[in-house]
Write a protein that binds this ligand. Sequence first.
Ligand SMILES: Cc1cc2nc3c(=O)[nH]c(=O)nc-3n(C[C@H](O)[C@H](O)[C@H](O)COP(=O)(O)OP(=O)(O)OC[C@H]3O[C@@H](n4cnc5c(N)ncnc54)[C@H](O)[C@@H]3O)c2cc1C
Length: 433
Amino acid sequence: MSLHSWGRLPGAPAAAELALAERTAPLPAADGSLLPYGNGRSYGDVCLNGGGMLLRMRGLDRFIAFDADPGADFGVLRCEAGVLLADILDTFVPRGWFLPVTPGTRFVTVGGAIANDVHGKNHHGAGTFGCHVLRFELLRSDGSRRVCSPTENAGWFAATVGGLGLTGAITWAEIRLRRIDGPLLAVENTRFAGLDEFFALNAAAEARHEYTVAWIDCLAATPRGIFMAGDHLAADAAQDAARSAPKKPLSFPFTPPVSLVNGLSLRAFNRLYFHKPLPARATQDYAPYFYPLDGILHWNRMYGRRGFYQYQCVVPPAARGAIDEMMRAIAASGQGSFLAVLKTFGERTSPGLLSFPMPGITLALDFPNRGAGTLALFARLDAIVTAAGGRLYAAKDARMPGALFRRGYPAFAEFTTYLDPGFASDFWRRIKE
Ligand SMILES: Cc1cc2nc3c(=O)[nH]c(=O)nc-3n(C[C@H](O)[C@H](O)[C@H](O)COP(=O)(O)OP(=O)(O)OC[C@H]3O[C@@H](n4cnc5c(N)ncnc54)[C@H](O)[C@@H]3O)c2cc1C
């Protein structure tokens, strides 16, 4: 009854919560619907189940096995589904291993990362998290258990990767880890003005760098931003580089009654961020590079009691004009966000029937919940995304119309054949018809 998602939007609570602590235990017999809950880092309602039962998966937090041949570039970790990516990093980075793909927070579970088939700054080379999942066990409400992989129960594998927790509960998974020489990255930062400059920088950087992403100020008259490229530091450079002591995270202490994020604070923050002293080249620890927002725990509270939305879309590579149009619509609305993120997705096929990434350009922005005004802006953005042949990311969504989701995901009908009849979510009830 206390669980919410990252956007903290008001909504109906679950009727019951149950913590799973043993992967061999059966699921509870529930009259209503069940839904796995990872660590609630989804922004909207894919992890919520108003009136139903949430299965807290964090208790399944054990490492089971790790195998790697000496000198191999990849190792295989088998762990329970409630293990946090943060736990994997804490344990394996000192031993020279890293996640093959990581989202912008490390406080997500392995099960949640699979169920949203999350992506990171290396999508142009590595694809999604699901591309590096070798196997998992799927526990259904009828008590059956299936081991699923790209070759064994392959249909169930494709439905469950990116399957939003609706095909059953993942109890354990086997994922690839990649070798690194140390915890440091070589980072290049470049300021840019206008989308043409972004696309030119991006094309050159994707050919040379493992990680790329841009922060963009969509409130400025001409969109401007900072392009960041990074690579794990090679052994010889890693030995010489200094590593500053990891900083203790700060914590946002309370939820104010109203949002502290408004037009004034956004403009001021974005201006300061754009002009902050920025080394063109730097050596950085992996944590601040990949997870800058994890440095302030509970930062989502600053949006106040009404919470906030994230809007993340992807449009095909040729639809650059759509990004331009969206930025203009956002600037004109006076609503907008800190740290709007712009990135291109590569060609690697996502393994899930409902995986979000497809080749193209993705834009993600946070918006304080200002009620009807915010929803009207989203309707305008939806129209641009639809006209461009794009789609929205369920993990970030709390309001998209069902038709937009169903049209954006061509394998939707096929996916429905794998649904667990005992499972449902607020998201699913909203978009299924
Ligand atoms: C600051 C921040 C940055 C982020 N950056 C990115 C990013 O760069 N890229 C990206 O892709 N995402 C990003 N996200 C979103 C986040 O990575 C995903 O929403 C992720 O899936 C959350 O995982 P979780 O463990 O918190 O799961 P939850 O949010 O609790 O649940 C997510 C979904 O997984 C299902 N689920 C959870 N556990 C299981 C299980 N064991 N078996 C079956 N289904 C399960 C749930 O039912 C739900 O549908 C970001 C989120 C935040 C807060």
